[in-house]
Design a protein around this ligand. Structure first.
Ligand code: ZN
Length: 402
C-alpha cells in the first residue's frame, strides 16, 4: 500500500473506533493494578490482544503481557506499563478513581495518563496494523509490562531474558509526552553510604563513637557537591541526601552505625564505578565509611524473583538517528505539521531497553506527564486517538532492516 493511502486508512480507522477506544480505557482503569498486584489487568490486556486478532499473545513467567502482530524483517517493541500507583482517596478525587469519567473530551481516572492510556493506544495501533494489513514488512510486539513504578527497567529486563525469541531493532516507550517525540532521559541511582560507629550509653558517650555525628560532614559535602559532567541535551546530574537511618538500640544510646541514602540523577551514562569514585573523596577521611549501590529483592505477582540493582542509566539518541528521523517523518506524514522533539525529566523502561541494552528507543505518549500520580490523572481523548495514529504510522517509516 502506498504510504499516503496507508496514513489515510489509519486515520479513518481511528475515527471509526474512537468510542471503542474510550470504552476500552475505562474498562482497563476499572481493574485495579497497583504495582505487584497486576494479575487481573494483565489477563484483561492479554485477552483483549487475542480478541483484536494479534498473531500471538503470551504472559511470560515474570507476569508481563506480550502480543505480536506480523512477522516481517524489522522488529519493533512498543512498551507501556500496566501498574499504577495507589488509586488514592475518592474524597480528594471527587469521584471513584477507578470509575473513569470523560468531561469536556478529557478522560480522568487512575492510570489514564500513567500509563493505561498509552497502553490502550499501543493495543489499538497493533489492531489497526493487523486489520489494515500493514504488517507485511514488520514484526510489532506490544508489551504491557509490570512493576515499572517501583523498579523501572527491571521487569522489562526479565522480560527480555525470558523471551529470547524477541529481538527488537527499535523500541518505542509509550509514556505521556503531550504527543511530543522524546529522544532521551536522565537515569538515576540510589547510593548508600555506611558509616560505622560504636554504641555507648549516652551518659558516657566518650566510650563510643557517634555514627550520626560522623555522618554530618559527609552530608554537607554531598549537599555542596556540584562537579557534575554536563550533557548538552540532558543537562547536569544531581545528588541529594534523601534519608538517614541509624542503628541505635535505645534513645539513651549513641548510635553504632548510620546509613545515608542519596538519590543521584545521571545524565551522561555514568557507570556504577564512576558514581562510587565520585563519592570517594567525600567519605575518605571518615573512618570506616564506605559507599555502595543498593540491590532490592523483588517478587512479582506471579512469584517471579528478581534482584534489582538500584542503578538506571540515562539514554540519548541523536536527533539525526534513523529512528528519530522515522518518528519525525511519521508525525509529519500523519499530522501535516512539525513535531516537537524533546526529552523526559523522569525515568522509564527505556533505561534498560536503550540505556543498558543499547537498542535505539523513541518515546511518545498522550497526556501531560506532570499529572502522573496526581488525583488529576487524565488524558485528552483527542491526544489518545492521535497517539494511536502515530503508533500505527511509525512502522511505515522505520528503515526495513532486520
Ligand atoms: Zn509511567
Amino acid at each position: 500500500m502506498d504510504q499516503k493511502v496507508a496514513l489515510e486508512a489509519i486515520d479513518s480507522y481511528v475515527n471509526a473506533h474512537a468510542d471503542e477506544v474510550v470504552a476500552f480505557l475505562k474498562e482497563f482503569i476499572a481493574i485495579r493494578s497497583v504495582t505487584y498486584e497486576e494479575g487481573a489487568a494483565v489477563n484483561f490486556f492479554a485477552n483483549k490482544m487475542k480478541e483484536f486478532g494479534f498473531d500471538e499473545v503470551r504472559i511470560d513467567a515474570v507476569g508481563n503481557a506480550l502480543g505480536r502482530v506480523g512477522s516481517g524483517k524489522a522488529t519493533l517493541l512498543y512498551d507501556a506499563h500496566i501498574d499504577t500507583v495507589e488509586p488514592g482517596n475518592p474524597a480528594v478525587w471527587g469521584m471513584n478513581p477507578l470509575e473513569a469519567q470523560v468531561v469536556d473530551g478529557v478522560l480522568r481516572g487512575r492510570g489514564a495518563v500513567d500509563d493505561k492510556g498509552c497502553l490502550t493506544a499501543a493495543a489499538f495501533a497493533g489492531r489497526a496494523i493487523k486489520e489494515l494489513e500493514l504488517d507485511k514488512d514488520i514484526t510489532l510486539w506490544v508489551s504491557g509490562s509490570i512493576s515499572e513504578e517501583d523498579v523501572e527497567g527491571s521487569c522489562v529486563k526479565a522480560m527480555m531474558e525470558e523471551s529470547t525469541d524477541i529481538k527488537p531493532d527499535y523500541i518505542l516507550v509509550a509514556e505521556s509526552s503531550d504527543n511530543r517525540i522524546v529522544r532521551g532521559h536522565k537515569g538515576r541511582a540510589l547510593i548508600k553510604i555506611d558509616v560505622p560507629g560504636k554504641c555507648a550509653h549516652a551518659s558516657a558517650a566518650w566510650r563510643g563513637e557517634n555514627a550520626l555525628i560522623k555522618s554530618l560532614p559527609i552530608m554537607e559535602r554531598i549537599d555542596k557537591f556540584n562537579e557534575f559532567v554536563e550533557d548538552p541535551f540532558l543537562g547536569c546530574g544531581t545528588i541529594e541526601v534523601t534519608k538517614v537511618e541509624c542503628d541505635t538500640p535505645s534513645l539513651n544510646t549513641i548510635p553504632g552505625g548510620a546509613v545515608i541514602t542519596c538519590d543521584r540523577r545521571i545524565s551522561c551514562g555514568e557507570s556504577i564505578e564512576e558514581l562510587l569514585k565520585e563519592i570517594e573523596p567525600m567519605i575518605s577521611d571518615v573512618k570506616g565509611a564506605s559507599a555502595r549501590i543498593d540491590t532490592e529483592h523483588v517478587t512479582t505477582y506471579t512469584g517471579y524473583q528478581m534482584e534489582c540493582v538500584d542503578y538506571f542509566p540515562s539514554w540519548v539518541l541523536e536527533e539525526q538517528h534513523p529512528l528519530i528521523q522515522a518518528g519525525v517523518a511519521a508525525y509529519k506524514g500523519m499530522f501535516e505539521r512539525e513535531p516537537v522533539v524533546g526529552r523526559w525529566d523522569f525515568c522509564t523502561n527505556a533505561t534498560h531497553l536503550c540505556g543498558r541494552m543499547g537498542i535505539p528507543a523513541i518515546g511518545y505518549g498522550p497526556g501531560d506527564s506532570s499529572l502522573c500520580h496526581s488525583t488529576d490523572d487524565k488524558v485528552p481523548v483527542a491526544e489518545l486517538l492521535d497517539a494511536i495514529r502515530f503508533y500505527a504510522a511509525l512502522p511505515l517509516f522505520v528503515p526495513k532492516k532486520g
